[in-house]
Write a protein that binds this ligand. Structure first.
Ligand code: OOG
Ligand code: NI
Length: 464
């Protein structure tokens, strides 16, 4: 094969980067490898037990390769560089999360997620990275003096070298990279997220840690690292039990919706506790000593149906009342048809060859601030300090978009556009006006769109 033929498209860079990061993280955090093994066992068992129905929210190939990563940076310059690196892989900033208010302990960050945004790209590889950025100007956490020293420290470091950024820009401009450049790009991008072995300035790290362990993890060291890499499972309750049976201590709960008999919505997540990893520290007298830090953990998630703003409002309300099956029964219909009837979930429509219209749930591709805060919080060894009497610094999606230097996509808009596109295509197929498309008469498929359909007619079929 010639070099020319070995050109890597953005999705290929994304898939290769997710694999390379996963290999690196498995070497750094062996418990992650156990988590992957158990996830694969659980998924294989679910597919055996439930057959095609197990693939309703994504093919088993997609789910097996599916990961989300979490990274944390310090400044607008750094997050704009992150955006260039992920832009090369066809990943765009989606959503705004303010974790400063979502957590009771000290988590002084705001976040977005970089991910593919169109349907075919998501199906090819849905790799996403939850990316958080410090807010050093927030007086609830940092004094003016500490802010100044923190910003000076962050301003003086380089997380991503010029070669990596040049290759990222080239990939984005050219729609991919030739073989040699792709290999270099993937190597440099992976290295940028390895845990540094350089001794950490002890006094500086501990000073920040007293304010917030997250602030120390971000601004206490001159490099960044992947914080966790999360596989997707089809049965998270089963996974939780199997991990504990293997002697790995999990956090107390599964975050998000409870286990219940109705449709899975949004996202359920859990994790194993951050492990003590050996790290070298340089003491104020210049001596290098060995100590340990607990910052990196292993998370796993199960994904459900994306909710509309109305569905999300119900979710937000239900979650504060306690994520119990009773609360869920009082809040959500127990069938997909019920979610549709009440306008709570997103579903696409497709016309099959026999003219019948099928409805497919749209999988939730994003994150939840409360769960994210719960995951951050459950893995902190210390609450840190937060002065709730101080005014917080205003931050919103527009501010984040400016920092990232790109449009920040709204998750609801992306889901709604996907639904609208499917309705237009279905209407065209049926030669009707999209407005008059009757989506109440559908066939509920129990398989993925690209496999053979076993269908349960719920109504009359085609509207021709
Ligand atoms: C990010 C925590 C949020 C999730 O899955 O909700 C997150 C972090 O720990 O940096 O990854
Ligand atoms: Ni996560």
């Amino acid at each position: 094969m010639t070099q020319q033929e070995e050109f890597s498209a953005p999705w290929q860079l994304r898939a290769a980067f997710a694999r390379s990061l996963s290999d690196m993280y498995g070497q750094e955090v062996p418990a992650y490898t156990t988590l992957l093994e158990v996830s694969h066992e659980v998924n294989a068992d679910v597919v055996r037990a439930r057959g095609a129905d197990a693939e309703r929210l994504g093919s088993i190939d997609r789910v097996t390769a599916e990961r989300h990563g979490a990274i944390r940076v310090g400044t607008p310059t750094e997050i704009s560089q992150v955006a260039r690196i992920f832009g090369a892989m066809g990943m765009h900033p989606v959503g705004f999360y303010d974790l400063r208010d979502a957590s009771s302990s000290s988590v002084p960050v705001i976040s977005t997620a970089f991910r593919p945004i169109d349907r075919t790209e998501l199906a090819r590889n849905p790799f996403r990275v939850f990316t958080s950025m410090l807010v050093p100007g927030d007086r609830r956490f940092f004094s003016a003096d500490l802010q100044q020293r923190l910003e000076r420290f962050l301003g003086a470091r380089t997380l991503f070298g010029p070669e990596l950024l040049t290759l990222a820009d080239r990939a984005e401009a050219d729609g991919g990279l030739a073989a040699g450049d792709a290999a270099t790009f993937l190597r440099l991008a992976t290295e940028a997220f390895e845990l540094s072995r350089e001794p950490v300035d002890q006094a500086w790290y501990r000073e920040l840690e007293a304010v917030s362990a997250v602030a120390a993890d971000i601004g206490g060291v001159p490099s960044t690292h992947i914080n966790h890499l999360t596989p997707r499972v089809l049965d998270i309750d089963d996974l939780y039990a199997r991990m504990e049976a293997r002697g790995i201590t999990m956090i107390d709960a599964i975050q998000g919706p409870p286990l219940w008999e109705g449709p899975d919505v949004l996202l359920r997540q859990t994790s194993f506790r951050a492990l003590a990893e050996p790290r070298a520290f340089r003491t104020p007298s210049g001596e290098v000593v060995q100590d340990a830090l607990r910052v990196r953990f292993g998370e796993v998630e199960a994904r459900g149906i994306a909710l509309t703003p109305a569905g999300r409002a119900r979710y937000d309300d239900a979650i504060v009342r306690g994520a119990t099956p009773e609360v869920w029964r009082a809040t959500f219909p127990d069938t997909e048809a019920g979610l549709v009837a009440h306008g709570l979930g997103y579903f696409t429509y497709e016309v099959s060859d026999d003219g019948a219209m099928r409805r497919e749930p749209v999988v939730y591709e994003d994150f939840l601030p409360r769960s994210a805060a719960g995951i951050f919080q459950s893995n902190l060894t210390d609450e840190g300090s937060k002065d709730a009497d101080q005014a917080g610094e205003e931050r919103d999606a527009d501010w984040m978009s400016g920092a990232v230097g790109r449009e920040l996509h709204d998750p609801f808009d992306l889901y709604a556009a996907q639904v609208a596109a499917s309705r237009d295509a279905a209407a065209t197929r049926l030669v009707v006006d999209p407005e008059s498309l009757d989506t109440t008469s559908v066939t509920t498929s129990v398989t993925t769109p690209d496999s053979t359909h076993v269908t349960t007619p719920t109504n009359l079929g085609a509207q021709a």
